[in-house]
Design a protein around this ligand. Structure first.
Ligand code: PGA
Length: 272
C-alpha cells in the first residue's frame, strides 16, 4: 500500500467517525417560496420519514403554512420555526407576526437577523437584539444570523464585522440564556449565488467565531453555542463542510425546498 492509499484510509476513517457521532442541526429557510399544495406534499413526505435520532431537522416556512405544519407534524420529529418575528406580543404593528402567534402554532425556532432582512428591510442590530430577547424570554430558540458582504471579506474587515454583529445581537441576553441561542454564519456573498465558502474558509471563520464566543461569554457558555454555516449548501458540498471544525449544522435555503434533498442531506450527515 502506498502513502496515498494510507492517507485515503485514514481520511475515510475520520469522515466516518465525524458523521457517525456528531449531531448536526439541519435547518431549512424556505424564504418566500412554495404553494399550499407543494407544502402539503413536502409535509406528507417528511412527516413519517425516519430521520434517525442523531440530527435535528428544522424547517422555517412562510407564516401562513404554520397551521399545516402544526397539523401534519404533530407526531413527527421534524421541528419548525418562523423566518422572522416582531418583538411584541400584540398591537398596532401592521404586517408583523408576534412571537405569541408563532408559539401558538407550535414554532420552536425563529430565524433572526437574516441578511435579507438586514439589507432589504433595513433591520439594524438594535432591532435584531430585541427580537433575540423576545425569543429567549418566550422559549423560542433564535437562530441569529451574521455574515459579511464581499467587500468586507476582501478587505479583511469581516472578523470585526462578525464580532460586532454577535456582540450587538446578543446584547440583551445574559448568562445561562445563551444556552438557548443558535448562531448561523452566512457570508452574504455565498447566499443564493451558488458560490459556497470553501471548507477552509468556513473552518477559519467558525474557529474565529468560536474563539470570540469563548472570550466574550466564557468557556462554559461560549464553547457550546451551536454554530451553523449557511450559503449555497447542497448535497454535493455538505459532507466537506461538515468536516470543518466547529460546524454544528447548516442553515439551508434553496436546497431545503425539496423533501428528497433534505432527506439526502440528512442521510449524508448520518453516514448512510
Ligand atoms: P441558500 O440560502 O442556501 O439558498 O444560499 C441560505 C440562506 O439564506 O439561509
Amino acid at each position: 500500500m502506498d502513502k496515498r492509499d494510507i492517507e485515503e484510509i485514514v481520511r475515510n476513517e475520520i469522515v466516518k467517525s465525524v458523521l457517525d457521532s456528531q449531531e448536526f442541526i439541519i435547518a431549512g429557510n424556505w424564504k418566500m417560496n412554495k404553494s399550499k399544495q407543494e407544502v402539503i406534499s413536502f409535509l406528507d413526505d417528511v412527516a413519517n420519514h425516519d430521520f434517525g435520532d442523531k440530527n435535528k431537522i428544522i424547517i422555517a416556512p412562510p407564516n401562513p403554512y404554520l397551521y399545516l405544519f402544526e397539523e401534519k407534524l404533530r407526531y413527527s420529529k421534524v421541528l419548525y420555526g418562523v423566518q422572522n418575528l416582531f418583538p411584541k406580543e400584540s398591537g398596532a404593528f401592521t404586517g408583523e407576526l408576534s412571537y405569541a402567534v408563532a408559539k401558538e402554532f407550535g414554532a420552536k425556532y425563529a430565524i433572526i437577523g437574516h441578511s435579507e432582512r438586514r439589507t432589504l428591510f433595513d433591520e439594524c442590530d438594535i432591532l435584531v437584539s430585541k427580537k433575540v430577547r423576545i425569543c429567549v424570554q418566550n422559549q423560542i430558540i433564535p437562530i441569529l444570523c451574521i455574515g459579511e458582504n464581499l467587500d468586507q471579506r476582501r478587505s479583511g474587515d469581516y472578523r470585526q464585522h462578525l464580532s460586532n454583529q454577535i456582540r450587538e445581537g446578543l446584547i440583551r441576553i445574559s448568562g445561562n440564556e445563551l444556552q438557548d441561542v443558535i448562531i448561523a454564519y452566512e457570508p452574504i456573498w455565498a447566499i443564493g449565488t451558488g458560490e459556497t465558502a470553501s471548507p477552509a474558509q468556513v473552518e477559519e471563520t467558525h474557529m474565529f467565531i468560536r474563539e470570540f464566543l469563548v472570550n466574550e461569554y466564557g468557556n462554559d457558555l461560549g464553547k457550546d453555542i451551536p454554530l451553523l454555516y449557511g450559503g449555497s449548501v447542497k448535497p454535493s458540498n455538505v459532507k466537506e463542510l461538515a468536516l470543518a471544525q466547529s460546524v454544528s449544522g447548516f442553515l439551508i435555503g434553496g436546497a431545503s425546498l425539496e423533501a428528497s434533498t433534505i432527506i439526502e442531506i440528512n442521510d449524508i450527515l448520518s453516514n448512510k
